[in-house]
Design a protein around this ligand. Structure first.
Ligand code: PLP
Length: 365
């Protein structure tokens, strides 16, 4: 593997460089291949389009990537490997799809669960010895809490304890959990990696050969394969991840500071602000603070909804990680009662900061 910087890798990896080939591996629309060949059926063997995507993501994380049809397909693959009667540790407020898998398995008696405050590093280290799966999401939905990954992933643990980090908000550019000692990295590539809110994609990245084989087999059996068009678009989006993320991250810092200084805002949560409870952890090992923040408006939930309804540039939408800024009042979702009622999770995009600010300023009234 050439010794390129991550930004060069994003642009240059996953190309054939064979004379006469297209520069970008095109979408190979195929389920079936002429036999005899190593490639038989595309649910079992990846197409060249999927291989290109896996090369790009795997190289950035320093492992072998397996692409999935969505982030949830990737996440479910990790949970569904667990035997009945196992114990898992998860954050108190993981992405609600993951929280759903955890709660379902718990209700069925498949596993026992402990839910830990992501900022409580010693509780996580403690949980390593009694857990079969330790699932971290860092930064975490929607309080943007950063786990002390070097301390937790680097702590000694039984060989049977699998540590998985949902690194969706960080992207492979801001942290590399495998280098810090995690066994598995999970991404919803639907978000920043794809970057344009036009696809669903997911990935698991691992170093251990046994996990590569196991996840490959599970993807095959579950049919959690990514489609050709989605794989192509995800790679195309990833080419500009560095540019998009650095612009969005600058915007996020500026927006967080302006919101924090504004009296119509009760509280801002952004790991780049010294006031954030996990600012120290984020500063110690992340290459940047990312483009996700949340803020609480003054007044009640109705006023907050009215503010969101007055926005003309910023998009009221649930997903995140696109070039466009999106906001959502998270407590409006089912099962999010623990979240402060006026907390607005914000995925900061690449628009001009002054346009973003004037839209918010006017909507806040
Ligand atoms: N993990 C995180 C942190 C997410 O925000 C999401 C989706 O919002 C997922 C996982 C699930 O990914 P997908 O929607 O691609 O299935």
């Amino acid at each position: 593997m050439p010794d390129w910087t991550p930004e060069t890798w994003l642009i240059a990896a996953g190309r054939t460089r064979v004379e006469g080939d297209p520069l970008n591996v095109p979408p190979v629309f195929a389920s079936n291949f002429f036999l005899p060949d190593e490639r038989v059926y595309s649910r079992a063997e990846q197409t060249p389009t999927v291989e290109a995507l896996e090369t790009v993501i795997g190289g950035l994380e320093g492992g072998r990537a397996l692409a999935f049809g969505s982030g949830m397909a990737a996440a479910a693959t990790v949970f569904h490997r667990l035997a009945v009667g196992t114990h898992i540790a998860v954050p108190t407020d993981p992405y609600h799809g993951v929280a759903g898998i955890v709660a379902e398995g718990e209700a069925q008696g498949r596993w026992t669960v402990e839910r830990l405050d992501q900022a409580d590093t010693s509780a996580w280290i403690d949980a390593l010895s009694r857990s079969d799966l330790v699932w971290l999401e860092s930064p975490e939905n929607p309080l943007i809490t950063v786990a002390d990954l070097p301390a937790i992933c680097g702590a000694s643990r039984p060989a049977s304890t699998l540590v998985c980090v949902d690194s969706t908000f960080a992207t492979p550019l801001l942290q590399q959990p495998l280098d810090l000692g995690a066994d598995v990295v999970m991404h919803s590539a639907t978000k920043f990696i794809g970057g344009h809110s036009d696809l669903l994609a997911g990935a698991l990245v691992v170093r251990r050969d046994d996990l590569v084989d196991e996840f490959h087999e599970r993807r095959l059996l579950q049919g959690a394969t990514i489609g050709a068009m989605e794989a192509f678009l995800t790679t195309r989006g990833a080419r500009t991840l560095h540019l998009r993320l650095s612009k969005a991250q600058d915007n996020a810092m500026e927006l967080a500071q302006r919101l924090e200084a504004d009296e119509r805002i009760i509280r801002v949560r952004y790991p780049g602000l010294p006031s954030h409870e996990t600012h120290g952890a984020a500063k110690s090992f992340m290459a940047g603070f990312g483009a996700m923040l949340s803020f609480e408006t003054d007044g009640d939930a109705d006023r907050c909804d009215a503010v969101l309804g007055r926005l003309e540039l910023i998009n009221h939408a649930t997903s995140l990680g696109g070039v466009e800024t999106t906001v959502e009042r998270r407590a409006s979702l089912a099962g999010q009662q623990r979240i402060p009622p006026t907390l607005v999770r914000t995925s900061v995009g690449c628009e001009h900061i002054d346009d973003l600010w004037s839209d918010l300023d006017r909507a806040l009234g």
